[in-house]
Design a protein around this ligand. Structure first.
Ligand code: PTJ
Length: 257
């Protein structure tokens, strides 16, 4: 995806690739320049987490998959960072759980909304919402309030990766179930979420896809049990502990350390 050659043997290969994707996103007019700052912030938290999916985050990702499968109308919200980082993965997740994809950005220009929607379609997405913006999320002054009436406005479950807390709060007030992916467990959006996922989006979305595939044929009662047993407070506390204790926190690596 990036023109910049990063040798796969480099110890920070994944992180360097991620950086280049964001850089390319800015160059293509998909990602806001502020996305570079968000990326730096995320990298710092990921470094402290040990750049791994903790067991606790894995449980959150399984609960997210169960919520998305149970939903009547799930929507995946896509901003400039998400579109640059993992377009294929969000498209695949939308297909697996039957969700809509909707472009929703903080630093909104019509040009960037269309560029992100085109970018998703170039990567194989069917319908992409967010270009109509014929409804507003009540109680939100920012441009993020602009949503599609038949998209986020109508959704019962919304996956909102990498964003600030205002919209998370306003969506919660509308009674929607929110799943937030954010590497900072102290940030307002994961603290508002029914399912806070403290993990890098590059690992989180593929893992939600794996769980969704695994649970796709499970009885409704099992999905409801996974949702009911998920403890959001514990997930936030586990993540904060893992970061403060340098990624140990009594947790094992998922990817086979
Ligand atoms: O495209 P736009 O206009 O909607 O703008 C998108 C950004 C991300 C620039 C905007 O929403 C923003 O400024 O967000 P914040 O307030 O910087 O918050 C982004 C959060 O995402 C921070 O808490 C970061 O730690 C976190 N983050 C950054 N990269 C990743 C991440 N979380 C998970 N995976 C990442 N790769």
């Amino acid at each position: 995806m990036s023109d910049v050659e990063v040798p796969e043997s480099h110890p920070r290969y994944e992180q360097l690739l991620t950086r280049h994707r964001i850089e390319d996103g800015v160059e293509q007019g998909i990602t806001s320049p502020q996305g570079l700052i968000a990326e730096g912030r995320g990298e710092a938290f990921d470094y402290l987490l040990g750049e791994r999916t903790t067991e606790s985050a894995d449980r959150a990702e399984r609960a997210a998959a169960a919520h998305l499968l149970l939903a009547d109308h799930p929507v995946i919200s896509v901003n400039g960072n998400v579109a640059a980082l993992c377009p294929e993965a969000v498209i695949e997740l939308a297909e697996v759980v039957g969700a809509d994809l909707e472009v929703n950005i903080f630093n909104r220009t019509d040009e960037r909304v269309h560029a992100i929607a085109d970018h998703l379609r170039d990567h194989g997405a069917g319908e992409v919402k967010g270009e109509t913006a014929d409804a507003r999320i009540p109680g939100l002054d920012s441009e993020r309030a602009k949503v599609d009436a038949d998209g986020i406005y109508d959704a019962d479950v919304v996956l909102v990766p990498l964003e600030d807390g205002d919209r998370a709060e306003a969506l919660g007030a509308m009674g929607k179930t929110e799943i937030v992916i954010d590497l900072n467990p102290l940030s307002r959006s994961p603290r508002m979420a029914a399912v806070p996922i403290v993990d890098n989006i590059m690992r989180a979305v593929p893992n939600i896809i794996d769980h969704a595939r695994d649970l796709r044929d499970a009885p409704r009662e099992e999905l409801e049990r996974i949702v009911a047993e998920f403890d959001r407070e514990a997930a936030l506390a586990d993540a904060e502990r893992a970061i403060r204790e340098g990624g140990s926190a009594g947790e094992s690596m998922l990817d086979g350390e």
